[in-house]
Design a binder for this molecule. Structure first.
Ligand SMILES: [Zn+2]
Length: 250
């Protein structure tokens, strides 16, 4: 890290491409060493960029943009100046497909990111990335005509289908992670009279207004995960498990 920092200073680095966590480590190292790094542009990729890390970086780097890709297929999406979703590149066919049937979903439904590359020396046809995303159907204000992915929403195998929609642990975690006063949570899925019932159990931190917290959690789940749920306050939850699927199928 010392060497890299020194190299950045020596060559007057102003831009960074790589892992957001690495950029953070580099900036921290610079701050600790009293070095003034002049990174003004960052294109970060290859791992999730949670809102807290993004704002930490944006306090220090004037433009931070996120990319999405896989080792096999290269760049599959990038944020424009609006930073509202990831435009797909025009040298690859990026689709979002039903994880079970394989049909392309252009209407904003969630599915697996599937890629076809047009390179003669590296043919890749309908390669399933295993990542979940959905398309943002509205045109982008930047006027680029390419469709936008809504970002990484989890892995295909982790997702659970509830009332015809996918609920995935990684996304649920991200949405609820920074809820003030929320100690832990768990989704419970049950099957009552042939209908899926989804609820969320929460453990509030001590001294928190339980009713207000329940409402806040309910609203986050509605607006970000697009599920209507009942929220129940409980005393304790087993650690690690985010989705408890109790449905039985005859
Ligand atoms: Zn745009």
């Amino acid at each position: 890290m010392d060497l890299q920092l020194q190299a950045c200073v020596d060559v007057g680095v102003t831009a960074f491409i790589g892992l957001p966590s690495y950029l953070k480590a580099l900036l921290e190292k610079a701050e600790d060493s009293g070095v003034d790094l002049q990174v003004q542009h960052a294109f970060v990729t290859a791992e999730p960029l949670p809102p807290s890390l993004r704002s930490w970086l944006e306090e220090r780097v004037s433009s931070v943009r996120q990319g999405y890709g896989t080792a096999e297929a290269g760049n599959l999406g990038y944020e424009c100046e609006r930073a509202e979703g990831l435009h797909v590149p025009d040298d690859a066919l990026v689709q979002v497909c039903d994880p079970i049937g394989g049909e392309p979903l252009w209407n904003g439904e969630e599915g697996q990111v599937v890629v076809t590359l047009f390179e003669e020396d590296y043919p890749l046809v309908r390669f399933g990335t295993g990542d979940l995303s959905r398309f943002i159907v509205e045109p982008c204000a930047c006027r680029r005509p390419t469709p936008r992915l809504a970002g990484w929403l989890g892995r295909v195998g982790d997702a659970v289908k509830v009332r015809g929609m996918f609920l995935h642990p990684a996304q649920a975690k991200r949405v609820l992670a920074e809820t003030p006063g929320l100690d832990s949570f768990r989704f419970v899925i049950d099957r009552v009279e042939h209908r899926d019932e989804l609820s969320c159990e929460i453990v509030p931190e001590e001294g928190i207004d339980e009713l207000a917290l329940s409402e806040a959690v309910k609203e986050k789940i509605r607006s970000s995960l697009r599920f209507r749920v009942d929220v129940r306050v409980v005393g304790d939850l087993p650690s690690g498990e985010i989705i408890d699927d109790r449905r039985t199928w005859e």
